[in-house]
Design a protein around this ligand. Structure first.
Ligand SMILES: *[C@@H]1O[C@H](CO)[C@@H](O)[C@H](O)[C@H]1NC(C)=O
Ligand SMILES: *[C@@H]1O[C@H](CO)[C@@H](O)[C@H](O)[C@H]1NC(C)=O
Ligand SMILES: *[C@@H]1O[C@H](CO)[C@@H](O)[C@H](O)[C@H]1NC(C)=O
Ligand SMILES: *[C@@H]1O[C@H](CO)[C@@H](O)[C@H](O)[C@H]1NC(C)=O
Length: 456
């Protein structure tokens, strides 16, 4: 008898517990019987709105999963001096609110509702790199589905700190991070997940970005390391946004004009050294280059030393060097034609050797005929050989042939001096050619180095 009573009691208890549990489940189901008459009855959601201050979970030891994704809709500015990237993001978040659920069949087939976001609990997701206060526009709404899934999207102009490296300046790529994490909730109460695959984010962003500005989106990667601060662990998702500069503007405005000026400077070595035009020409070029640098200065990044600055400095140095070379050669030529210093023996024999080597016909060189043989007419860069040195004394020499011994001696003196002048002039031209070749060699090495560096 007693056993039967006990069994009945147990049954009753089970039934009560079952009913209780069912009742609890029902309290979270929204009664939407009044939905169709005057739209949605606000009283039906009042219980949910009243709970918005608390994280919506039934069991507080379970974390809320928030799935996030974003669309990069514009790259507005990259500030190399402040190391800031300003971009425009549409951030999407999705999470479950177990206190919201209704039966769509009872509720005139409403599956989804929009609710003003201020009435709901919103996770405190921030972008760690952001350097400005979150300026979310007011009056945003969220989609709420009949299963309690909430979709909340917000736009945001994000000024995030980014480690910008401008060494390769017009051809640079930057890899900026955008880290989403909760400001307060540790991993015990909030975990992050991905709402979309990362390639989907990249593709949508590529489609959405309208601007044909300076920066181009290359790709987005992601990583999900947790972050530990003290004893707390925070969940986070790091997106690596790779962007590349479109270099066309800089190539057209900086590199092409600069290369032209340097090329003209190199070509001006073909102006004859005797002609007094070469130095003024080079000075004009140098002046032009300085004006160019002044005008283009605001196109360059305001901080750091990009390779292009080194390139400009080297171009300027090349032009200065070539001007110095011209001054040196002009001085040498002037010295040679007015008061030639005695020539060292080794230089003398070297010059004679050089002349013989460069001549095509081996029959020509005989020593002791006239100094004019050594006129460096064949050297490059010399269009008018030193005629005043060679041809002037010729007829006079013939006339004076039969005169006294002293005149003959003077004539021989003169001839020797002429020969010396010729040799010095030849030496100047050889120096000019040699220095020009060195200049070309140096320039080629420098251009190749810069191109190789820019290509890596
Ligand atoms: C829903 O509310 C209506 C009126 O407010 C009430 O008559 C009905 O019994 C309620 N339904 C449930 C399942 O609580
Ligand atoms: C809450 O969840 C934890 C972990 O899943 C579980 O051990 C515990 O029993 C749950 N509490 C309640 C009241 O359901
Ligand atoms: C979040 O993503 C995970 C895995 O993709 C999925 O299982 C879960 O249902 C999603 N949660 C929400 C609220 O979207
Ligand atoms: C950006 O940097 C991260 C980490 O250093 C790396 O994993 C990722 O591949 C880089 N992205 C690109 C496009 O270089």
């Amino acid at each position: 008898m007693e056993g039967g009573w006990l069994a009945g009691g147990r049954l009753l208890l089970c039934l009560t517990v079952h009913l209780l549990l069912q009742g609890r489940g029902d309290t979270f189901t929204i009664n939407c019987s009044g939905f169709d008459q005057h739209g949605v009855d606000p009283a039906a959601f009042q219980a949910v709105f009243d709970r918005k201050a608390f994280r919506p979970v039934i069991n507080y030891s379970l974390p809320t999963q928030v799935n996030i994704s974003f669309t990069l809709s514009a790259i507005l500015e990259v500030d190399a001096q402040l190391q800031l990237l300003t971009s425009f993001l549409w951030i999407n978040m999705m999470w479950d609110n177990p206190f919201i659920s209704w039966n769509p069949e009872e509720c005139v087939n409403i599956n989804k509702l929009t609710i003003a976001a201020e009435n709901l609990w919103i996770p405190d997701i921030i972008i760690s790199e952001s350097m400005t206060v979150d300026k979310t526009p007011p009056g945003l709404t969220a989609y709420v589905s009949s299963e309690g899934r909430i979709q909340y999207n917000k736009p945001g102009r994000v000024t995030s700190i980014c480690n910008l490296d401008i060494f390769y300046f017009p051809f640079d790529q930057q890899n900026c991070t955008v880290t989403f994490s909760s400001f307060l909730h540790t991993v015990d109460s909030l975990v992050l997940g991905m709402d979309k695959e990362v390639w989907e984010i990249t593709d949508t962003s590529r489609d959405v970005i309208q601007t044909q500005g300076e920066w181009e989106l290359q790709g987005i990667n992601m990583a999900t390391p947790t972050m530990s601060v003290g004893s707390h662990t925070y969940d986070q998702i790091i997106f690596y946004v790779a962007i590349r500069r479109r270099p066309r503007l800089y190539v057209i405005n900086l590199l092409v004009p600069s290369s032209f000026l340097v090329a003209i400077d190199a070509l001006s070595f073909y102006l004859p050294a005797e002609n007094e035009n070469r130095a003024p020409f080079k000075i004009t070029l140098l002046l032009g280059y300085n004006v160019f640098l002044l005008m283009m200065n605001d196109l360059l990044p305001a901080s750091g030393t990009p390779l292009i600055s080194v390139y400009f400095a080297l171009c300027l140095s090349m032009m200065v060097l070539s001007l110095l070379e011209t001054i040196f050669i002009t001085y040498l030529l002037h010295l040679a034609t007015t008061q030639p210093p005695p020539m060292p023996r080794w230089l003398h024999s070297l010059l004679l050797h050089g002349t013989r080597a460069t001549r095509c016909c081996p029959t020509v060189p005989q020593k002791g005929t006239k100094g004019l043989d050594l006129t460096p007419a064949h050297l490059p860069g010399n269009k008018e050989p030193v005629e005043l040195v060679g041809t002037v004394p010729d007829p006079r020499e013939a006339e004076l042939r039969g005169c006294s011994g002293s005149t003959v001696a003077r004539q021989e003196d003169e001839a020797q001096k002429l020969q010396l002048v010729g040799l010095w002039v030849q030496f100047s031209h050889m120096m000019d050619t040699l220095l020009f070749r060195l200049y070309l060699l140096f320039m080629a090495a420098f251009v190749i180095t810069v191109i190789v560096l820019w290509n890596t």
